[in-house]
Design a protein. Sequence first.
Length: 126
Amino acid sequence: MDYDLDGISTDNEVLMPSGQLILSEQQFSNFDFTAQAGFGEGTYMLIDAGSISGSLGNDLSGTVNGLPATLAVQGNDLVLNVVPEPSTLALLGAGILGLLGYGRLRLTREPPATVIPYLFNEKPNV
């Protein structure tokens, strides 16, 4: 099936309120998704059925316009969930900021009293 996806509220859904949708191991690759202006993250209703029988296949994930997407059955609806994953660069940046913050915290804390004499080449009072 072909779907032109734009905004969440204007998704390209098939309405079958009194019909039955029979699934037979459909995969993500069985669908053709085209991103239009307004496409972004969210849940897109593809088919609104009165009832659903059968099941989807094992390969339910793919990408639409560079965003990770997953097919799912929610109630009696076939939906496409588009949720961006955090990029590796953003995770790396967060880790570096955490390490810098930890280093700054260690520099601003007062060192224990037994360490101070060693800094000035004096023998500690033990």
